[in-house]
Design a protein around this ligand. Sequence first.
Ligand code: FAD
Length: 379
Amino acid sequence: MISFELSTEQKELQQKIHSWAAKLHSLSLKIDAAKPGSINRQYLKIIAEENLNSFIIPEDYEGQPLDQLTLSLITEEIGYGCAGLASIYAATVHAVSALLIGGSPRQKNDFLPLLLKPGGAVASCCITEEKGGSDTASFDTTARQEGENYIINGKKIPIINAGSAAFYVVWASSGTGRGRAGINAFIIPKETRGVIVGPYHDKPGLRCAPTATVAFHDVAVPKSNLVGLPGSGYLLLMQTLDWGRAFFGAICVGLARAALEEIISFAKKRIVTNRPIIKNQGISFILAELATEIDAARLLVWRACRLMDINMDYTRESSMAKLFASEAAARTTSEGMLIMGQSGYLRPHLMAKYQRDAQGLRILEGTSQIQKMIIASQL
Ligand SMILES: Cc1cc2nc3c(=O)[nH]c(=O)nc-3n(C[C@H](O)[C@H](O)[C@H](O)COP(=O)(O)OP(=O)(O)OC[C@H]3O[C@@H](n4cnc5c(N)ncnc54)[C@H](O)[C@@H]3O)c2cc1C
């Protein structure tokens, strides 16, 4: 049965998250304007106080997990408050999902509870390399077997939560000429010798989700930290990316919704030639189109999450959700900048931040072109 009605519990949780996320706007502008560095302490505090990580950790490992649809609801609300904070959270969800899909009970037991520490904790997924993030079938980062260890060498860039992560899930190639079959994923704890973080990137958007380069210099990782069977890293990566895409879609929906509210409020107040600009069809029709696109994006996110919840294939649907939602966010914020005119352009304003963040979300987790390639391959 298909239902668009949320349960009372879902609505209450959504409202609870919204009540603090909606107050983040001025803090997020401050963080956005700050020099690049590690995650803002107040954001870590929110992650801890709101117990966000418990929502993604199974009960066996001290969490209080939500189903994927409910998780998308809260991700949308966090994205409404700040796409940067939501991306910090989604990066952690990503790393956790790799462990949930391929990790051993020992790995889950050792690493997942680290994310429930009182001060607030995050994790990182290290996939992209300088040579190009879209090619996920080969890596220059290597993992060489030596006795009971793998020795990791290479560089990943850009990595959300770098420097603050309790652990990194790192994809590397374990042999030359073996292509996908040689790819493995490893869990590398924060303080491991040879893990070098920096520099932090002074990027135009998603500045509230700091990224840095993470280099691995002869990092010794015990074999027991290999996630899944040897050679299963490529499949694990595809499954992890599929899972994450719907949640990045939810962030885009939240961001676009916040931007649209801002545009509507502005358009009702802004008087030009003796009437609010919203009275012009040239403006109100754009707002109608944006509202429709945002609702359509949310439905795509919900569908992908629902498919996850009932254990059906969701590769195509997850990519559709990410593609459509990120393009809707980019269009909403671009129209927002136009409709707000100089009011949005000349001074630090949320709309400009929204637009810069939305551009980052078109790239992160696979660009729009890559989503189209995935969808086309499934037709
Ligand atoms: C803010 C931000 C945070 C990030 N955080 C992380 C992180 O935490 N961990 C991580 O591993 N990565 C992270 N990334 C990296 C991100 O996943 C990659 O940027 C993304 O996958 C694209 O890779 P690329 O930027 O190297 O582009 P490239 O792969 O170099 O591609 C360049 C352009 O070519 C296009 N293109 C490539 N191949 C094709 C093709 N076959 N057909 C058509 N077009 C094509 C791409 O769509 C893109 O437009 C982050 C990126 C950003 C912007």
